[in-house]
Design a protein around this ligand. Structure first.
Ligand code: NAD
Length: 242
């Protein structure tokens, strides 16, 4: 892997594949199942109205699993190291957009530098006021919201299918500035994230896919490297020159 061009504005987009080797299952786009549940049953606003007990239970299980010894892996850490290097040397800027709801990037590089566009499992919010609360315990439709004091008003701070992703203006700004766009561990099936490489390309960025295998849109990237994230991400990032 050689990348002798010097880049100053790097955008990294990550998906469930980067956390796979930390022990978190990916979303299986091929059969539409997430941890053996259909997304229609656990990841849509309609599912939450229909069966809030099931939806709370699904995210309680994901939260418990995350907090039960799951750690950032070499790929999360390599991105954190690169960010630190760029901040300290003032040689460039890295923007990390993640579709993941785990907090492994935040642990590896600090909360301020991560745009979790699909929400965060360690937060809940009030449906009425939008107020956010950190959350490390199980939740249920029986809980009272501390801001409005109403039962059933708390929901997981997760962007469900059919809802608008978070941080879109920051993301669009970063894509318009970037000269290198790297997609890691994402299947290219969930929009709008799957379209970000096209936007970056239109702004003149070099586009790179790092994934276990070619994604649905892999051939449209200028450069591709395939293998487990813990191997290919550190290797590729170490090959960059500043
Ligand atoms: P996806 O599950 O659809 O695709 C994962 C991609 O990662 C696949 O292309 C797969 O080939 C690749 N992959 C698997 N193991 C890998 C490894 N060891 N190294 C490198 N690549 C690997 O993921 P997506 O595109 O992020 O879309 C899934 C949606 O489900 C997202 O919106 C996300 O919010 C949600 N989700 C999040 C998590 C999490 O927070 N960790 C986990 C599952 C699903």
């Amino acid at each position: 892997m050689q990348s002798s061009t010097i880049y100053r504005n790097i955008v990294v987009l990550t998906g469930a594949g980067i956390s796979a080797e930390s022990g978190i299952q990916t979303f299986r786009a091929a059969d539409g199942l997430w941890e053996n549940h259909r997304v229609e049953d656990v990841a849509t606003p309609e599912a939450f109205i229909r069966d809030p007990v099931l939806v709370h239970k699904f995210y309680n299980e994901r939260r418990r699993h995350l907090l039960n010894g799951i750690q950032p892996n070499e790929a999360h850490l390599a991105i954190g190291e690169l960010n630190k290097e760029l901040v300290e040397s003032q040689q460039g800027k890295l923007t990390l957009i993640t579709q993941n709801i785990d907090d492994l990037h935040q642990r590896a590089m600090g909360k301020d530098n991560v745009l979790p566009m699909h929400g965060e499992i360690l937060k809940i919010r009030c449906k009425e006021s939008g107020q956010l609360f950190s959350c490390t315990e199980d939740t249920s439709p029986e809980d009272y919201c501390t801001c409005c004091n109403k039962k059933g008003n708390l929901r997981p701070h997760i962007v469900w299918f059919g809802e608008m992703p978070l941080y879109m203006s920051e993301i669009e700004h970063a894509l318009s500035q970037c000269d290198l766009f790297i997609a890691i561990g994402t299947s290219g099936n969930v929009y709008p994230a799957a379209g970000f490489f096209e936007m970056a390309k239109q702004y003149g960025a070099h586009t790179v896919e790092l994934n276990l295998e070619a994604s649905a849109i892999g051939s449209r990237f200028a450069e591709q490297h395939y293998g487990p994230a813990t191997k290919i991400v550190p290797k590729f990032l170490n090959s960059l020159s500043f």
